[in-house]
Design a protein around this ligand. Structure first.
Ligand SMILES: [Zn+2]
Length: 486
């Protein structure tokens, strides 16, 4: 199916700032119109899991597929077209990962509140890699959230995390089919998929009907090499691309990609990013690092970093996780050999001999780290992490649940008496201004209740709010429990 062609966008005047230094940067927007199964290796017998972002390798594959549908296989194309394909997909173009703007890779160096029972908790974080954090002595192992009653904080795992309580994944269960397409009786399989609708019944309190809720968009960047022919840039930019992403492409994965000149180029301000001679480098895609002997390593080459930055560079501290990558080469339809990679979310804090200039920081950003960068590996961001800026908790979750509603919630767990027993000492503690011991919420008796994320959130919020709310809740709860006992 050929991509629909729209009139070319007004061309940008020559000498635009985004083309300075070394090639341009393009903004990518992918708008999903169907669910997508962006396969990742399942754990044990768990259903086939999905990525909740679009990895750079998937973006590259999707655009290469769109090119092939328009022009046919490059072997059969005129030499000029074939050269174009190679420059776009096998040359210096870097396809970055695309993320829902409500999500982010939470780095391994970042602590966040474990339970996030108050709206402020969502944004509270400590980045151990932040240069200002470096001066905090002792780097506490068990920091506590300042916004809820001493909630524990846990470090990021490099996973793509959705903020504002949004859930992006749906479980789709289908009947298994034989190779001939016949139904296998009593055999079901489940696969997890990235939902193309935002808040499709998964965000309680939002009452969108499925067909009314907005379509999910994911955004990211493509980085162009300085000598990329204008025809390649135009192909990327001057038309929307109809693509399919992920597995099971007959019934899922339809999306449209638009690529635009950004309104402003990413600017890396040395005064903002480098503090006390330290620069934070965060990986946002898996990265393949090799040592001098060509073996996998978890440390980027300091001499090479120094060359890109133009100043002496040392890896002062790192927060690293490794993973085994396996993949499928869609172009030749064969599995790729397994590789040992450094995971997205890994962080390096670099100590620099001198202040690099903005061009040097741009150079490192555009270059990325490690090998096979054309395939989407080794994309990075510079500077300490912060949560996604546009995130706002939905009103429904911001609202305080009135005591009578809260009492009903607790009563309906079937453990009203149990909660009365454990919540009374909490009220006493709150009235006396002592910290509340929430250890009882970890007891096995209440495990099933706390597994319901919404309920757990309400209960923790109740304990974080002023004592009056808890007091009234307990009065209503007691009335209900007694009413039944009599
Ligand atoms: Zn908290």
């Amino acid at each position: 199916m050929p991509a629909t062609v729209r009139p070319p966008v007004a061309s940008t005047p020559p000498g635009r700032p985004t083309d300075s230094v070394s090639g341009g940067v393009l903004d990518v927007t992918l708008r999903m119109s169907q669910r997508a199964g962006l396969g990742r290796r399942p754990r044990g017998t768990a259903p086939t899991d999905t990525h909740t972002h679009v990895p750079g390798s998937v973006l590259r594959g999707a655009l290469a597929g769109a090119w092939l549908r328009t022009y046919g296989p490059p072997q059969g194309a005129p030499p000029v077209r074939r050269a174009e394909f190679e420059r776009l997909f096998e040359g210096g173009v870097r396809f970055g990962p695309l993320f829902d703007p409500h999500s982010a890779v939470v780095p391994l160096s970042v602590y966040r509140c474990k339970y996030r029972s108050t709206p402020a908790c969502e944004f509270s974080h400590i980045d151990q890699a932040a240069p200002e954090g470096a001066t905090v002595s002792g780097e506490p192992d068990r920091p506590r959230c300042p916004h809820c009653e001493d909630g524990p904080m846990v470090s990021g795992r490099g996973e793509v995390t959705f903020f504002s309580g949004r859930d992006a994944v749906v479980d789709i269960t289908r009947t298994a089919l034989t190779d001939e397409g016949r139904v296998v009786p009593h055999k079901l399989f489940t696969r997890r998929m990235l939902n193309h609708r935002v808040g499709d019944g998964h965000l309680r309190g939002e009452t969108h009907r499925a067909e009314e809720s907005p379509l999910r968009t994911l955004v990211g960047r493509i980085i162009l090499p300085p000598d990329l022919p204008q025809t390649c840039v135009s192909w990327l930019r001057d038309q929307p691309h109809s693509v399919r992403i992920g597995g099971d492409r007959s019934t899922s994965g339809a999306a449209e990609i638009t690529i635009e000149q950004p309104s402003s180029a990413p600017h890396h301000d040395p005064a903002r990013l480098v503090r006390d001679g330290r620069l934070v480098l965060r990986l946002i895609s898996p990265t393949l690092l090799l040592d001098a002997a060509g073996r996998p390593t978890t440390r980027p080459d300091e001499a090479w970093l120094g060359e890109l930055l133009g100043v002496g560079t040392r890896v002062e501290r790192s927060w690293v996780r490794r993973e085994r990558l396996s993949g499928w080469n869609g172009l030749i339809n064969l599995p790729k050999p397994e590789e040992l990679a450094v995971s997205a979310g890994s962080v390096y804090r670099l100590a620099l001999d001198a202040l690099p200039d903005a061009n040097a920081l741009d150079r490192l950003y555009r270059h990325g780290v490690g090998v096979r960068r054309a395939e989407g590996f080794g994309r990075l961001e510079l500077g300490a992490w912060s949560p996604p800026p546009i995130v706002r908790r939905p009103e429904a979750e911001n609202r305080v649940t009135p005591p009578i509603g809260m009492a009903r919630e607790l009563y309906e767990t079937g453990m009203g008496g149990w909660f009365l027993k454990y919540l009374r000492p909490c009220l006493d503690a709150k009235r006396a201004g002592r910290p509340v011991d929430t250890g009882f919420l970890e007891l096995p008796a209440v495990e099933a209740v706390m597994r319901d994320e919404r309920r757990a959130r309400l209960i923790r919020a109740l304990l974080a709010k002023p004592p009056r709310l808890l007091e009234e809740t307990l009065l209503h709860l007691e009335a209900r429990v007694r009413g039944v006992e009599r």
